[in-house]
Ligand binder design. Structure first.
Ligand SMILES: Cc1cc2nc3c(=O)[nH]c(=O)nc-3n(C[C@H](O)[C@H](O)[C@H](O)COP(=O)(O)O)c2cc1C
Length: 223
């Protein structure tokens, strides 16, 4: 009889504890539903260089960008038709994606809030024009990676038109290569854009495949 009472008490306590945990979880995971919008963050904030058919160049900051195919290597940028850069991409079908770093954050913001209609962004920011290998728009010398792209398709989606492009050349800065030719992009201090803020990537939390490499996994969990 006594043992039964003890068991009952224990059971009650456990049930109470479980209920408390469940209630806390509901609280912690409570969400608000927002109207449909763009909330995939962080994203890149790249400096895209463009040229019109007369040879005038410009820089536009673009966050709606990414890789779309490994082989053939393809990337995209989505640009509003009202941007000054838009007609340039339409005219030549070419652009360069220049990756941004801590040192290029000011430039990334500036090229995203000022128009080439009013200012020569290369001159204003004192950026270095480098000749591309396969296309007309210049590379930005200060950027550690420049990706030359040739447009294959333009999808007129709505507010933005999506330029699908083939990557025709990639340039990587030797300043971030070690003695074995391995490229250390993290040393260039890449920058991302997250819900209105430019951020750097301070800590490496794992490397590709670490979740299935027992040794690496335990090391990272300990840190
Ligand atoms: C962080 C950031 C990201 C941006 N991403 C895009 C984008 O993906 N597509 C776009 O059309 N405009 C984007 N913009 C806005 C353009 O960069 C901005 O309107 C710029 O002044 C256009 O330059 P332009 O008139 O010289 O072409 C972004 C601006 C910022 C600051």
């Amino acid at each position: 009889m006594r043992t039964n009472q003890k068991k009952k008490k224990l059971n009650n306590r456990r049930q109470k504890a479980e209920k408390k945990i469940a209630a806390e979880k509901i609280d912690r995971y409570r969400k608000q539903e927002w109207k449909p919008g763009n909330m995939i963050y962080p994203v890149p904030a790249v400096l895209v260089t463009v040229t019109d058919k007369a040879g005038k160049d410009n820089i536009i900051t673009v966050s709606w960008t990414g890789t779309i195919c490994t082989n053939p290597p393809m990337a995209y940028i989505s640009v509003r038709p009202e941007r000054y850069s838009y007609h340039m991409i339409r005219e030549t079908g070419e652009f360069v994606i220049n990756l941004t770093t801590k040192n290029l954050t000011f430039a990334a913001d500036f090229c995203g809030v000022r128009s080439g209609r009013d200012v020569d962004k290369f001159d204003y920011l004192n950026l270095t024009r480098q000749k591309a290998a396969k296309i007309l728009p210049p590379l930005i010398g200060e950027s550690p990676v420049n990706i030359e792209c040739r447009v294959t398709q333009c999808l007129e989606l709505g507010s933005h038109h999506m330029f699908l492009a083939e990557v025709v050349a990639v340039h990587a800065s030797e300043a971030y290569m070690d003695g074995n030719g391995k490229f250390h992009l993290e040393q260039a201090e890449p920058v991302v854009y997250s819900h209105g803020a430019y951020c750097n990537l301070k800590q490496i939390l794992g490397t590709f495949g670490y979740s299935v490499r027992k040794k690496d996994h335990s090391r990272i969990c300990e840190e």
